[in-house]
Unconditional design. Structure first.
Length: 112
C-alpha cells in the first residue's frame, strides 16, 4: 500500500465528478470516481454493485440529468454522491465502494 495522488482539487468544479485510473503496487489498475461537492470530496470505485461495469457512458458523465445523483448508464441506478448509497434501481440498498481520501496541499490523495 502506498499513498497516491489522484488529482488536484482545483481540477474539479464545485459540483463535479470525474473518472481517474490508478495503477496499484501490484501492477493492477483501479478505476475511480472523484466527486466534489463544495469543500467535500468523495471517492468511489467506478464499479456498479449490480453489474460490475463502470458507471459512466461517456468520459466524466456521472451525474443524472438533474445533477443530484450519480447514475449507472447501464441500468439507471441512482447513487447519493455523499455516501454512494443506491436509492433507486436494481441495486437499491447497496452502495458504491468507498475509497478513503485526504486533501493534502491541494492534492486529492488516497492509500490503496
Amino acid at each position: 500500500m502506498s499513498a497516491q495522488a489522484i488529482c488536484r482539487l482545483s481540477d474539479l468544479k464545485e459540483k463535479d465528478a470525474r473518472g481517474y485510473s490508478l495503477v496499484l503496487d501490484d501492477g493492477s489498475e483501479i478505476q475511480l470516481i472523484v466527486v466534489r461537492e463544495g469543500h467535500a470530496v468523495y471517492v468511489y470505485r467506478n464499479r456498479c454493485p449490480h453489474t460490475g461495469v463502470n458507471l459512466e457512458w461517456q468520459p466524466d458523465q456521472f451525474f443524472d440529468l438533474g445533477g443530484a445523483f450519480l447514475q449507472c448508464a447501464t441500468h439507471g441506478a441512482l447513487f447519493r454522491p455523499e455516501d454512494g448509497y443506491c436509492v433507486r434501481g436494481p441495486c437499491a440498498g447497496d452502495s458504491l465502494e468507498f475509497v478513503p481520501v485526504w486533501v493534502i496541499e491541494g492534492q486529492v490523495v488516497t492509500i490503496l
